[in-house]
Design a protein around this ligand. Sequence first.
Ligand code: PNS
Length: 167
Amino acid sequence: MNIAVYPGSFDPITNGHLDIIERASKIFDKVIVACAINPSKKPLFTIEEKMDLIKEATKNIPNVEVSSFSGLLVDFCKEHEAKVAIKGLRALTDFEYEFQMALMNKRLAEDVETMFLMTRAEHSFISSSTVKDLVLFNASPEGLVPPCVIEPLKNKIAEKRKASNGQ
Ligand code: PNS
């Protein structure tokens, strides 16, 4: 079975991520979307919330699984018998960082390949951070994130706003 891992922070999943997942699911027998647990990053959503949103957004793609990992990506790939790690590339600015990561991962695990999928032009400006900023400034995230993300995102930002006003 040809298994690929698509890792990321997914805080939250965007339409850019979803497009990469859909396209990867047509190339591989199984795609494992792996949500990184990174305590140093202060995410908006908990790991469980992020995974639930990814599950909901991908529920119509039968060969997609959602999981989480801490530690090295290549170790997660090996544990799950995945020979490929998928990365989405937006602009040239993504390339430098991703190239460095790919080389580091290659050094760590010779038998895990990094495969890059270019974003669609219409998604090239979308990131989880800009989507969070939009909602923070009361703009609509419609068309940028899967529909199931919109309400939870608005609620989370409202909670955050309330917490920071209370300080
Ligand atoms: O969505 P992001 O934040 O760009 O995802 C980054 C992620 C989680 C894919 C990357 O930070 C990662 O692979 N983290 C795991 C640690 C690791 O294996 N690092 C590479 C060798 S230093």
